[in-house]
Design a protein around this ligand. Structure first.
Ligand SMILES: [Zn+2]
Length: 395
């Protein structure tokens, strides 16, 4: 464990800059005095910070507002062209990329086929894709914050993959962040699909402005992200949230991991394919089943909804989140059907509490979810107020 000491002034300034960006990102354009009120910083401090952020083009001045008395005031907003980010995604059958601006809007996107790519094939491909995205969007390269990449699987440490054998071959213990950084010449952050999507929700989606929420990702696997006090909780080995093999049905279905009754054996898309009798990688089969309203989907939902309620119950009781967001790579129409059948949830710990938001809400779904999350990684790293920057590691 790192010993911690006090804060130095530079770190406190960096923290305050992030607080101001976060405030405007979640609440919209604000004047200096509104910012001072909301952040409990002095007007002088806010003026200095806003001046710096405008000079570095992360913020821009909006149209002046007239007041009944005194001088007109100027609201400040995020400058979408102040910074850009690249999101990359590597899956079993393709690589995809987006270039987003600071507001999260997609400025360029592309997709290339790739058959279970190992590092030797994938790295040049991803580097080419990043160059093409920059060229297509026509943005100023010096304004790129970096690239984020979402990959299926677990991680051993800082950007070193430890993928399960069922995912992508050749990536065991591969330092993907460092190698990609050498090729791209910009900072690279790596997360698994669920963590990237959780950060995407926190910055631009259903988790915007929420400091504490749980996110459950449903795709080929089931995993989750947990935001605690504004930070993604990673765990001691960066494997927090691997809930696929959490036992949800005692003595239930046999799972390939050797246990019985794992959550993922009921909830993941593989279980949908079992009910449909279709192959695991046949995405079209699920869309076609939705189209013809196949009763097999209802049988899947009837079996999946209990284990899902149990996972939600666990997160609510253990972490007291503001809400639980459901998302992932499943087709949006399928998630919507699953959510229609979610009630009755298990009784909450405090049934009389007045809730600001529902206990469970839908996040982004579909093919872009982790890709947009990947693009959010460098922005999050640059602009999210971090409590740990206030604690200076000793030595
Ligand atoms: Zn299992």
């Amino acid at each position: 464990m790192k010993p911690v000491s006090g804060t130095n002034l530079e770190q406190a300034k960096a923290h305050n800059r992030r607080v101001v960006i976060e405030m405007i990102r979640t609440q919209g354009p604000m004047t200096r005095s509104e910012l001072a009120r909301q952040t409990a910083l002095t007007v002088q401090t806010i003026s200095n910070i806003v001046g710096e952020l405008v000079a570095s083009r992360l913020l821009k001045a909006g149209e002046q507002r007239a007041l009944p008395r005194g001088q007109p005031v100027t609201p400040y907003d995020i400058d979408p062209d102040g910074a850009y980010s690249i999101g990359l995604e590597l899956e079993r059958d393709h690589a995809a990329g987006v270039l987003t601006d600071l507001s999260g809007a997609v400025r360029a996107r592309l997709r290339r086929p790739a058959a279970r790519p190992g590092p030797d094939a994938a790295l040049p491909l991803l580097a080419d894709m990043a160059e093409e995205l920059i060229a297509t969007a026509g943005v100023d390269r010096s304004r790129l914050l970096g690239a984020g990449i979402a990959m299926p699987g677990r991680y051993q440490g800082e950007g070193v993959t430890s993928l399960s054998p069922v995912a992508l071959p050749g990536w065991q213990a591969y330092p993907v962040a460092a190698r990609l950084e050498e090729r791209l010449g910009m900072p690279v952050l790596v997360e698994n699909d669920a963590s990237a999507a959780t950060i995407g929700e926190r910055l631009y989606g259903a988790g915007r402005g929420l400091s504490n929420f749980a996110y459950i990702w449903i795709g080929m696997g089931v995993s989750s992200g947990l935001v605690i006090d504004g930070q993604l909780y990673r765990g001691s080995q960066r494997n927090a949230g691997e809930i696929h093999h959490m036992i949800a049905v005692a003595g239930g279905k046999a799972c390939h991991c050797g246990k019985r009754g794992c959550l993922g054996a009921y909830l993941a898309l593989g279980a949908v394919h079992e009910h449909l009798g279709t192959a695991d990688d046949d995405e079209e089969a699920i869309l076609a089943a939705l189209e013809r309203d196949d009763p097999a989907l209802d049988r899947w939902i009837a079996e999946a909804v209990g284990p899902l309620r149990q996972a939600i119950d666990f997160y609510e009781l253990a972490f007291d989140p503001a809400t639980v967001i459901l998302g992932g790579s499943m087709p949006p129409a399928l998630l919507a059907r699953l959510m229609e059948r979610l009630e009755p949830l298990h009784p909450p710990v405090d049934p009389d509490a007045v809730r600001q938001i529902p206990r469970v809400i839908a996040g982004a779904t579909g093919k872009d979810t982790s890709l947009l999350g990947a693009a959010a990684l460098p922005v999050f790293s640059e602009t999210n107020p971090q409590f740990d920057v206030l604690q200076k590691p000793v030595g």
